[in-house]
Design a protein around this ligand. Sequence first.
Ligand SMILES: [Zn+2]
Length: 258
Amino acid sequence: MRPFQNNGLVYYGFDLFAPFEELVHGVFTRHGGVSPPPCEGLNLAFLDADREDNVRTNLDLAAEALDLDGLCFAGQVHGDRVLVVGNGDGCRPRSRAEVRRGYDALITRRPGMGLLVKLADCQGVLLYDPRTRTLGLVHSGWRGSVKNILGLTVSRMVEAFGVRPEDLRAGISPSLGPCCAEFVHYQNELPRDFWDYEVGDRRFDFWAISRDQLRAAGLKTEHIETAGLCTKCNGLTFYSYRRDPVTGRFGLIAGLRR
Ligand SMILES: [Zn+2]
């Protein structure tokens, strides 16, 4: 990943997607947003701890930075449901009451519309097929990993838009790294096939789990990029739920140019 600055914001882009000029994307840091503590910075989620007008301003700043018409997002519930966003779907909430709850992955081919997943330690994964110009965004915390929402989202892209998994590229956002992903109760929480990913001391490598799930879904190894940045121990660049239980959410955003 490399950093970019625009509209007063700082965000990272995956190197893997640089050749595709029709695609814009960014992993947004907290820098440049208007929210005060405890969500200080570019908080992109409607939460009790922040005012809705701050969030609306932050959403607009982020959409402008990538020259997108607006941001489509859902109420994430650590589930495995995928929303296909077509023409005329009005999933651009401007208040908490307008948020459609129950989806942790979004797929679209619609130009100009940005997709957003909100993160604070969970993984955000950007999937893009340059052949059919289909993009998908996935929110996957450990519960999402257990449900293999990555594999389910790839299947949905295949069914809905004729995507070939071997054409798909995937970028895995900053998230809780193996340095900090401690699961004291892993024997109750994680399936046995995840235990191989323990890196010591009840800490687990969920980046490796995601890479293996993507490969099992048919992606090529060279089409997967991992940011490799831990949200908890990278200063205050990103929001981290494990570091600060009351905090904001940063965004992984992607869209097709108009
Ligand atoms: Zn860490």
